[in-house]
Ligand binder design. Structure first.
Ligand code: FAD
Ligand code: NAI
Length: 475
C-alpha cells in the first residue's frame, strides 16, 4: 500500500536528516530514507559524517592527541607519566560507541519530530500522477509518493586510477579510521583535509607517515601565511609532506604497497608502505537514484545540477549537501537542508556561502572564514591586516599551547571584516566569533571594542582586530 508524504528525503546524512527534522517542525508529513548499515545490518543514520567522517575522525584525533600529550606534554606541568601504552582496540571501541550514540540520537530525533524513517535505498520511478514516486529497496520494501523530494545522497571517496580501495592495504577514509594495528610506514596520497587529519592520528600513535601531494603548495585554499605556519609545525612533528609529486606506478603486494613517483624536482623516487590512504577528494553519490530515468539532470562533474536555491531540473525535487556544488562540509549540507525545508514551506530559507567556516582539526587547529589575503589582492581590494600571536596570550601560555596566530583582513576604507584566519589552540571554536561578526557585516573596530573575557584565547581575536588599526595592547 503506497504511502503519501509532503516531503521525502533520500539520504540521512547531515544534509538529509536535518532537512527532514526541519520539514517536520514546519508541519509537513515527512519521511527520510537512508541505507547506511551498522555492523549488525541495522540502520545507522548520520551518513558519512557520523559513520566514517567528522565524528569518528574527531574521536580518534582526540584520543591520539591525549596519547601524544601523555607521552611528553605533561612533564612541563610536573605530571610524570611513568609508563605509557596504547590499547588501540579500546580506542577504536570508544570511537565506535560515539558513532553509535550519534546514530541512536538521530533515530530518537526522528521519533521526537515525527519523521518516518525507512531503512533502505530510495530511487525515483516514473509516476502516473503529479506526485513523485520513490521506491525503497533493502531492509524495508515500500513505495512512497511525495509532493516534494529532497535528495541528500552525499559523496563517496575518489579512488586513484586503477587502484581500487580494498580497505586492507589501500584505504579510503573508512579503512583509515579502523586500522587494527598502527602501521610502521603509512603512505598517504593527497595532503588535503583527510590526509592531514588521518596522517596526524596515525603519526601520534607511532606510525612513520609520508604524505605525497601533487600540488606545489600546501593547503592552497588557506591563507598563505597560515599554510606556511602549518607546514612548519607539521614538519616539526615529523609529518613528512612531499609537495609537487607525480605519482607513477603503484603496486599492491601481499603486505605492502610500492609507489613510484617523481618528486618536486622531477627525480624518480620509490617508497614502500605497510598501508596506503588515498585521500584525493570525493565524488558526488548519485548511484542507484535512477536519476536518468526520470530526467534528473547532473552537471558535467556528476553533481546533481541545482540553482542557487537547491532546485533541481525536476519540479519540486531539491538537492543539498555533498551531492551538489559547493564545499563538501557537514555544516554547509545542514544549512542547505534547513533552507530547502523552509522554502518548501513557503518561507525564505537562505545560506550565506561567504560565511561558511573551514576547520582542519590538526594540531595546531586551522580555521578560517571569508577571503584570504591572496584573494583580496587578486580582487584588487584595498585592505588592511592585523595579526596577533598566541605566544602573547596569557591563556595560551597557561595551556602550554602558544603555537600560531589570529589574522584579520579588513576593507581599508569601510573596515568591514573580509576574512579571519586562525592557526592555533581551539581555532575551531574561536572562528565562530568571526563568522557571527561577518554575518552581521561587522568591522574590525566592532570586535576591537567588544569586551572579551580574561584570560581567554578569544582575547587573541580581539587583539588581532585591534592590530588592524595598529593598536594591539599586548604585542
Ligand atoms: P552524507 O553524509 O554522505 O550522507 C548521505 C547519506 O545518504 C548516506 O548515509 C548514504 O548511505 C545515504 N544514501 C545515498 N544514496 C542513497 C539512496 N539512494 N537511498 C538511501 N540512502 C542513500 N565535514 C565537516 O564539516 N567537518 C568535519 O570535521 C568533517 N570531517 C570529515 C572527515 C572525513 C574522514 C570525511 C570523509 C568527511 C568529513 N567531512 C567533514 C565532510 C562531511 O562528512 C560531509 O560534508 C557530509 O557528510 C555531507 O553530508 P550529506 O548529508 O550531504 O551526505
Ligand atoms: P581534499 O580536496 O581536501 O584534498 C585532496 C588533496 O589531494 C588535494 O590537496 C589534491 O591536490 C591532492 N591530490 C589530488 N590528486 C592527487 C594525485 N593524483 N596525487 C597526489 N595528490 C593529489 O580531499 P580529501 O582530503 O579527500 O577530503 C574530501 C573532502 O572531505 C574535503 O574536501 C572536505 O570537504 C571534506 N573533509 C572535511 C574535513 C573538515 O572539515 N575538517 C575533514 C575531512 C574531510
Amino acid at each position: 500500500m503506497p504511502k503519501n508524504f509532503d516531503v521525502v528525503v533520500i539520504g540521512g546524512g547531515p544534509g538529509g536528516y536535518v532537512a527532514a527534522i526541519r520539514a517536520a517542525q514546519l508541519g509537513m508529513s515527512t519521511a527520510c530514507i537512508d541505507e547506511w548499515k551498522n555492523e549488525k545490518g541495522g540502520p545507522a543514520p548520520g551518513g558519512t559524517c557520523t559513520n566514517v567522517g567528522c565524528i569518528p575522525s574527531k574521536a580518534l584525533l582526540q584520543s591520539s592527541e591525549h596519547f601524544e600529550h601523555a607521552g611528553h606534554a605533561f612533564a612541563d606541568h610536573g605530571i610524570e607519566v611513568k609508563s605509557l601504552s596504547l590499547n588501540l582496540k579500546k580506542m577504536l571501541a570508544r570511537k565506535e560507541s560515539i558513532v553509535k550514540q550519534n546514530n541512536d540520537g538521530i533515530l530518537y530525533l526522528f521519533k521526537k519530530n515525527k519523521v518516518t524513517f525507512f531503512h533502505g535505498r530510495g530511487s525515483f520511478h516514473k509516476s502516473g500522477n503529479d506526485a513523485h514516486e520513490i521506491h525503497i529497496a533493502g531492509a524495508t520494501e515500500e513505495i512512497l509518493f511525495a509532493k516534494h523530494v529532497i535528495v541528500a545522497t552525499g559523496s563517496v571517496p575518489r579512488a586513484f586510477p586503477d587502484l581500487p580501495f580494498d580497505e586492507k592495504l589501500v584505504l579510503s577514509n573508512t579503512g583509515a579510521l579502523a586500522l587494527n594495528e598502527v602501521p610502521k610506514k603509512l603512505g598517504i596520497i593527497g595532503a588535503g583535509v583527510i590526509g592531514l587529519e588521518m596522517g596526524s592520528v596515525w603519526r601520534r600513535l607511532g606510525a612513520e607517515v609520508k604524505i605525497l601531494e601533487a600540488l606545489p603548495t600546501l593547503l592552497g585554499a588557506a591563507d598563505a601565511q597560515v599554510a606556511a605556519e602549518a607546514g612548519k609545525q607539521f614538519a616539526k612533528q615529523g609529518l613528512e609532506i612531499e609537495l609537487g609529486v607525480k605519482i607513477g606506478a603503484v603496486t599492491v603486494g601481499k603486505s605492502d604497497v610500492t609507489i613510484n613517483y617523481a618528486d618536486g624536482k622531477g627525480t624518480a623516487q620509490k617508497a614502500v608502505f605497510d598501508r596506503l590512504i588515498v585521500s584525493i577528494g570525493r565524488l558526488p553519490n548519485t548511484e542507484g537514484l535512477n536519476a536518468q530515468d526520470v530526467g534528473l539532470k547532473l552537471d558535467e562533474r556528476g553533481f546533481i545540477a541545482v540553482d542557487g536555491e537547491c532546485r533541481t531540473s525536476l519540479p519540486n525535487v531539491w538537492a543539498v549537501g555533498d551531492v551538489v556544488r559547493g564545499p563538501m562540509l557537514a555544516h554547509k549540507a545542514e544549512e542547505e537542508g534547513v533552507a530547502v525545508a523552509e522554502r518548501i514551506a513557503g518561507q525564505h530559507g537562505h545560506v550565506n556561502f561567504n560565511t561558511i567556516p573551514w576547520v582542519i582539526y590538526t594540531s595546531p587547529e586551522i580555521a578560517w572564514v571569508g577571503k584570504t589575503e591572496q584573494q583580496v589582492k587578486d580582487e584588487k581590494i584595498d585592505y588592511r591586516t592585523g595579526s596577533f600571536p598566541f605566544l602573547a596570550n596569557g591563556r595560551a601560555r597557561a595551556l602550554g599551547d602558544t603555537t600560531g596566530f589570529v589574522k584579520f583582513i579588513a576593507d581599508a576604507k569601510s573596515d568591514e571584516i573580509l576574512g579571519v584566519h586562525i592557526i592555533g589552540p581551539s581555532a575551531s571554536e574561536l572562528i565562530s566569533e568571526a563568522v557571527v561578526a561577518m554575518e552581521f557585516r561587522a568591522s574590525s573596530e566592532d570586535i576591537a571594542r567588544i569586551c572579551h573575557a580574561h584570560p581567554s584565547l578569544s582575547e587573541a581575536v580581539k587583539e588581532a582586530a585591534l592590530a588592524v588599526d595598529k593598536r594591539a595592547l599586548n604585542f
